[in-house]
Design a protein around this ligand. Structure first.
Ligand SMILES: Cc1cc2nc3c(=O)[nH]c(=O)nc-3n(C[C@H](O)[C@H](O)[C@H](O)COP(=O)(O)OP(=O)(O)OC[C@H]3O[C@@H](n4cnc5c(N)ncnc54)[C@H](O)[C@@H]3O)c2cc1C
Length: 361
């Protein structure tokens, strides 16, 4: 088995890993980023919405698909509440590829079809496996950007993250739209259903907590049928996808020895909305800066500052969302799950979500 060395080994080239690799390489470190997929971002496992401030990362050709102005939230009674939610629909594969290209231009080495196959954190050594060979990499720091089922976290003995399961179809729209639609109901326990318009098509999908509902296909087919009957979308399904979304909030530790956890691997996805691209990019960049600072001296201080900064930025928001999820957990499978007031308390668009005071009955 051959051996090599990098200052920074990045595992996973989603938005978090690519952002980390780009910054660490731009700040002068030698970076090797490994990605088990053969093509970055493919297959897409995403509804493809990003908040407006992340538009700065969606400038490459073909990344931005359309603007989103608002969100229509549909409650169990049929009441609809519109709120402003400015953002963009993106081509997620191209978004991830553009971030990875930035990392490569900054000097990072990218290895596709290459996975982390073993880790000895104490020795700062990893075994990586390509299609034909395995090799050992010695690193000074490892950035774990390997998503909701992080194999790095597993190798470190960290707890698996709580997740919801999501399933999604891409369908043709009858009329273009500039708002996303969200459905809250007892039919989607632990999650919600969505329609995100993207030019002439839309991503329709849903997420549920498998402890409360095992079947995702039937409710998604029912949503699709209803949207066809209402004349919003066409019957054919153009593509199907799905995936896991971490919903348990931030991990207890974001730094373990020389390993920094970022993005979904760190539990940074919003436990109520499921949005995680922005947090992935921000935490990835911050990790890239932290390892560059660590290389200049006082590594413990640099890594502790990374953890503190990420917590300062995200912990309050994520902790509130975890509380709201727990409140809703008591309602699934009961009449309460069809009450508008219960969902207003549990969904980010409503003032009740941010109110202090007694929880859902
Ligand atoms: C159906 C669905 C819809 C979503 N919609 C949205 C949305 O509209 N907006 C939003 O903001 N968020 C959305 N999310 C969440 C969002 O996709 C994630 O938060 C985001 O991808 C996190 O980025 P990441 O870089 O941390 O992880 P990922 O994007 O998951 O990247 C991790 C990478 O690591 C690689 N990897 C894993 N293990 C290894 C290994 N052992 N070796 C090498 N490589 C490895 C994987 O192949 C992957 O490419 C959605 C998620 C799902 C499942």
């Amino acid at each position: 088995m051959s051996h090599s060395h990098a200052d920074v080994l990045v595992v996973g080239l989603g938005p978090a890993g690519a952002a980390a690799a780009a910054v660490a390489a731009a700040l002068g470190l030698s970076v090797l980023a490994v990605e088990r997929r053969a093509e970055i971002g493919v297959p897409v496992q995403c509804a493809e919405w990003i908040p407006a401030p992340l538009g700065a990362y969606a400038q490459a050709d073909g990344v931005s698909a359309q603007k989103i102005l608002g969100m229509r939230t549909c409650l169990p009674s049929g009441a609809v509440f519109r709120s402003e939610a400015r953002g963009l629909m993106i081509d997620r594969a191209r978004f991830d590829q553009a971030l990875a290209a930035t990392a490569e231009r900054a000097g990072a080495r990218l290895a596709l079809s290459t996975r982390l196959a073993g880790l000895d954190p104490g020795a700062c050594a990893a075994r990586i496996a390509g299609l034909r060979s395995e090799r050992e990499i010695r690193f000074r720091w490892l950035i774990a950007a390997d998503g909701p089922h992080s194999s790095v976290a597993h190798a470190l003995g960290l707890k698996p993250l709580e997740t919801v399961h999501a399933r999604q179809y891409t369908v043709a729209l009858n009329e273009r739209d500039q708002d996303t639609s969200i459905w809250l109901s007892g039919d989607y326990p632990g999650g919600y259903a969505w329609l995100f318009p993207k030019g002439s098509v839309a991503n329709i999908g849903l997420g549920v907590d498998k402890r409360f509902a095992r079947d995702l296909k039937r409710p998604l087919d029912a949503l699709h049928r209803r949207l066809v009957e209402e004349g919003r979308v066409r019957p054919g399904i153009m593509s199907r996808t799905g995936g896991m979304i971490p919903v348990g909030g931030l991990r207890e530790r974001l730094v373990v020895g020389s390993v920094l956890l970022v993005g979904d691997a760190a539990g940074l996805t919003h436990p109520v909305s499921g949005a995680g691209i922005a947090a992935a990019v921000i935490s990835g960049e911050r990790a890239g800066e932290a390892v560059a600072q660590a290389a200049r001296g006082a590594p413990e201080v640099a890594l502790a500052a990374f953890e503190e900064d990420v917590r300062d930025q995200f912990e309050t928001t994520l902790a509130r969302a975890v509380v709201r999820r727990k409140e809703l957990e008591r309602c699934w499978g009961r009449d309460l799950a069809q009450r508008d007031d219960v969902h207003r308390r549990g969904w980010i668009a409503f003032p009740e979500y941010f109110a202090e005071g007694p929880s859902i009955p």
